[in-house]
Design a protein around this ligand. Structure first.
Ligand code: PLP
Length: 418
């Protein structure tokens, strides 16, 4: 039964594959032999060229299938080509693409309303990525204090954090490997050890504009802070009038079992940044804020040509609706348990030395080089992500079903045997 679901999926792909092979253009044929010849060399993509995705299964140009446990790095939270997202995108594609922020459109207002109705926020600013959301948040918190007549420039950030690649967001990203060759960085960021409440206490002052922090560090190795850390951070920020900015670009949209990860901590931020799974695979970023903080962005203070674009906001609204209304979020704890059981069963003893994370953001500390393991998994038809030398990150779609999970587990068992 499970197997036949997977076979049916394969059959649909063969039809797609045969059709496209028959109608290849000359450019497509050239690309097949030298796929990335005209792209910048800043990524090192492994061999497959993916051409199609359905749920948690990807297909490469040769028709080989892969179970995707990475989901665009926590982006395609509802799997690939979810029918309701496809329907929202295609309906919007034949209605209206873009008019700029000089005029109003409906999808942005609808998405903002649903985001506010389901969170602490009163208002939302839309942009196109997590980096841009953090860049906007950095400006917002400085502007907030400026507006109160007591300018504060300093923003506290954490070692191992990741907030993006533009100069502001990069300066907030305290990982030297990402800074190499890009000096001078933007001043005003003070770096603290992650999860260290004493360091926070010692460094928060009336000069601090904000603490910018991930509830769980993703790129830094899937690191969960000590119990109670965020709650205490909230108290300390309030004591000196600093804002708490949570970067939920990776942890948001249900990934850790609640819509936003901070909801499990009994903490309310002043500002939250989102992207990745917000658009279910379509590019969009957002800054959510309380009214009093949002009020610091007035006409002219910040903007983005494509921010709030109708295509992106329609898909994101559909993604949020599916997550909340179709039982996807509610099913995350059960799926998390099944996934951990399947992994424990499939992976050889001694390979995993520590399991970290929460919900479907999973970091496996491994005793073998993570890059080698990820390459073996890929060969066997499973996508997992190597983070540094010794961590495998799993961030599957929240809709991963039993047959996909069973297939992934049996392929991993084969890939990592002996
Ligand atoms: N913040 C966090 C926590 C992230 O994990 C990422 C990307 O991995 C970003 C920000 C940057 O997002 P983007 O790549 O969409 O600019």
């Amino acid at each position: 039964m499970l197997k036949s679901e997977f076979q049916a999926c394969r059959q649909r792909n063969m039809q797609f594959h045969n059709f496209h092979a028959a109608v290849q253009t000359p450019v497509e044929r050239t690309c097949a032999s030298a796929p990335r010849a005209h792209l910048f060399g800043n990524y090192r993509p492994p061999a497959p060229t993916f051409v199609r995705g359905e749920r948690s299964v990807l297909y490469d140009a040769r028709g080989k299938d892969y179970v995707d446990l990475v989901a665009g790095i926590a982006t395609c939270g509802l799997g690939h080509c979810h029918p309701k997202l496809v329907a929202a995108l295609t309906a919007q594609a034949s209605a209206l693409w873009h008019v700029s922020n000089l005029y109003d459109t409906q999808p942005a207002s609808l998405l903002a309303a649903r985001l506010c109705e389901t969170s602490f926020a009163d208002r939302v600013f839309f942009c196109n990525s997590g980096t841009e959301a953090n860049e906007a948040a950095i400006k917002l918190v400085r502007r907030f204090h400026h507006d109160r007549g007591t300018p504060r420039a300093e923003i506290l950030v954490c070692e191992g954090g990741f907030h993006g690649r533009t100069l502001g967001a990069l300066s907030a990203t305290a990982q030297p490997k990402y800074h190499l060759g890009f000096a001078p960085l933007v001043p005003g960021f003070r770096v603290l050890p992650y999860g260290d409440i004493e360091a926070l206490r010692a460094n928060l002052s009336e000069r601090t504009a904000a603490l910018l922090i991930e509830p769980i560090q993703g790129e830094g190795g899937v690191i969960v802070p000590p119990e109670g850390f965020l709650r205490e951070a909230r108290v300390l920020c309030d004591r000196v009038g600093a804002l708490l900015v949570l970067d939920e670009v990776q942890t948001g949209m249900g990934r850790t079992g609640t819509l936003w990860a901070h909801q499990q901590e009994g903490v309310t931020p002043d500002v939250l940044t989102s992207a990745k799974a917000l658009g279910g695979g379509f590019p969009i970023g957002a800054v959510l804020a309380r009214e009093e903080v949002a009020a610091s962005f007035v006409p002219g203070s910040h903007g983005s040509t494509f921010g709030g674009n109708p295509l992106a906001t329609s898909v994101a609204k559909a993604a949020l609706d599916v997550l909340l209304d179709d039982g996807v979020l509610a099913a995350v704890p059960a799926l998390t348990r099944k996934l951990h059981l399947a992994l424990a069963e499939a992976l050889p003893a001694g390979l995993v030395t520590q399991v970290r994370g929460r919900g479907l953001l999973i970091g496996l500390e491994v005793s073998q080089p993570a890059g080698l393991l990820a390459a073996r998994a890929l060969e066997a038809g499973v996508l997992v992500n190597a983070l540094g030398e010794r961590v495998l990150r799993l961030a599957p779609a929240l809709t991963l079903n039993d047959s996909e999970l069973a297939e992934a587990a049996s392929r991993l068992k084969y890939a990592f045997r002996a």
